[in-house]
Ligand binder design. Structure first.
Ligand SMILES: [Mg+2]
Length: 427
């Protein structure tokens, strides 16, 4: 299904490259004979969602008719079936529209599995035997950096203290930062107000969109630094706006506001470019963060090998779902690079909280320099919306992967026939 929200009307989500996104999703519902359903989605920015939906339909033949048990007994095999179909892999492999579609389908399968087990997805993962977790990962193309044995070893080692970490998460939640205060299209007055409100609500880590105009960035970043004070954390995000040299000189000018990281300074495919930027900014104490539009585990492998990132940003829909994210979490752990997931859009906070909880409890066992993005939009459309308390993600309790949308929301926002869009078109 093609579900779109007209967020561009109020400039929510606006950045230097995506000035008018309508947060949308290719939304997948898996039906089963015994009535249980699995829900999955891949996030998009509006136009073209129909192409992802079309790719989902092309993959449907590989899923329909299978039993959940057959799939999860050989999840690596099923992942490969979707990503390595002899004809369809030409459309990727494992990148672009076809990989978004793969993620939407696999997200729905994981949701269904967690529902069958009566657990939220993070808990399903936490309770899984390390061997079973490893059996979900496709090590093809990454075994030169992470072997199955090493992955198993990491998970087995992290068993120590696992229960305490789970209890800790249930008590206090996973630390989050907010991107909601400083979209590029917001006025100064709006920035100030949103910052003041966020501080009041316990937020201490803030991300600002930059990259359209340097003088404007300096002014906005100073304003926010002033608002949040010297001890709170500030990150900046250019959404791929610059060439390498431009990124270095632009961020150098912004060093005075002491950003922790510059996110997506250049093309998401430019591994060596990121490495050059990292190296140049290291003396200024500014790290490079990227990954939300990284194609797959193979590219993440190279980012890590090239020391191109100081912060790894996984995405719950861009990568081929949970299976591939597990591989990235384990590789990042091996390279000692903290994972700070990308979220926001529609449903991304709902999804990725499960993965980062698993990361802390079963892989990294570390919270230093770690936080999960949070954006305060569109949660009201979900049956199990995220719960944020004192700037922390509180672990979800409902069974599944938290990406089921309210039926009424889907109906109203379906494109182009839903009421919301009929009204827009009339205008
Ligand atoms: Mg970003």
């Amino acid at each position: 299904m093609d579900v779109r929200f007209p967020t561009s009307l109020e400039q929510h989500g606006s950045d230097a490259m995506h000035t008018d996104p309508d947060y949308s999703a290719a939304y997948v519902v898996l039906d089963t004979d015994d009535g249980l359903k699995g829900f999955g989605l891949a996030f998009t920015l509006g136009k073209g969602t129909e192409i992802v939906v079309c790719a989902v339909q092309a993959l449907a033949g590989l899923v329909v008719g299978k039993s959940l048990q057959d799939i999860v007994c050989n999840f690596r095999g099923f992942y490969r079936l979707l990503t390595s179909d002899g004809q369809m892999r030409w459309l990727g492999p494992e990148k672009g529209v076809i990989h978004l579609a793969t993620a939407a389908v696999l997200n729905a399968v994981w949701d269904l599995w967690a529902r069958v087990e009566g657990k939220p997805l993070w808990k399903l993962l936490v309770d899984m035997d390390p061997k079973q977790i490893v059996s979900c990962i496709d090590f093809r193309y990454i075994s030169d950096v992470l072997t199955e044995e090493e992955a198993l070893d990491i998970l087995v080692k992290a068993k120590e203290g696992k229960q305490q970490r789970e209890d800790q998460m249930l008590r206090q939640g996973y630390p989050a930062y907010t991107t909601s205060c400083a979209w590029l299209g917001y006025s100064d007055q709006q920035l100030k107000q949103l910052c003041a409100d966020a501080l009041q609500n316990g937020w201490s880590k803030f991300k600002v969109k930059v990259g359209a105009d340097l003088e404007d960035d300096i002014r906005r970043c100073r304003l926010i630094r002033q608002m949040i004070g010297p001890s709170n954390t500030l990150m900046i995000d250019a959404n791929q706006r610059w060439d390498v040299a431009e990124a270095i000189s632009w961020v150098t000018r912004l060093a005075e506001v002491k950003p922790l990281w510059i996110e997506e300074p250049t093309s998401p495919d430019d591994i060596l470019g990121h490495a050059a930027i990292s190296k140049a900014l290291a003396p200024l104490g500014i790290g490079v963060a990227s990954g939300e539009q990284c194609h797959n585990r193979v590219m993440f492998k190279q980012f890590l090998q090239a020391s191109a990132l100081q912060f790894v940003q996984i995405d719950s829909c861009r990568l081929g779902s949970v299976n591939e994210n597990l591989a990235v979490l384990l590789m990042a752990h091996k390279f000692k690079v903290p994972v700070c997931p990308h979220a926001g859009g529609v449903g991304l906070c709902e999804l990725v909280q499960h993965l980062i909880l698993f990361d802390y409890i079963c892989v990294s066992a570390d919270l230093s320099s770690r936080m999960c993005e949070y954006v305060d939009h569109l949660h009201e459309h979900f049956t199990s919306p995220v719960v944020i308390e004192n700037a922390h993600y509180i672990p979800p309790k409902d069974p599944g992967y938290s990406c089921e949308m309210l039926e009424s929301s889907v109906k109203r926002h379906e494109f182009p026939g839903g009421d919301v869009w009929k009204l827009q078109i009339k205008k």
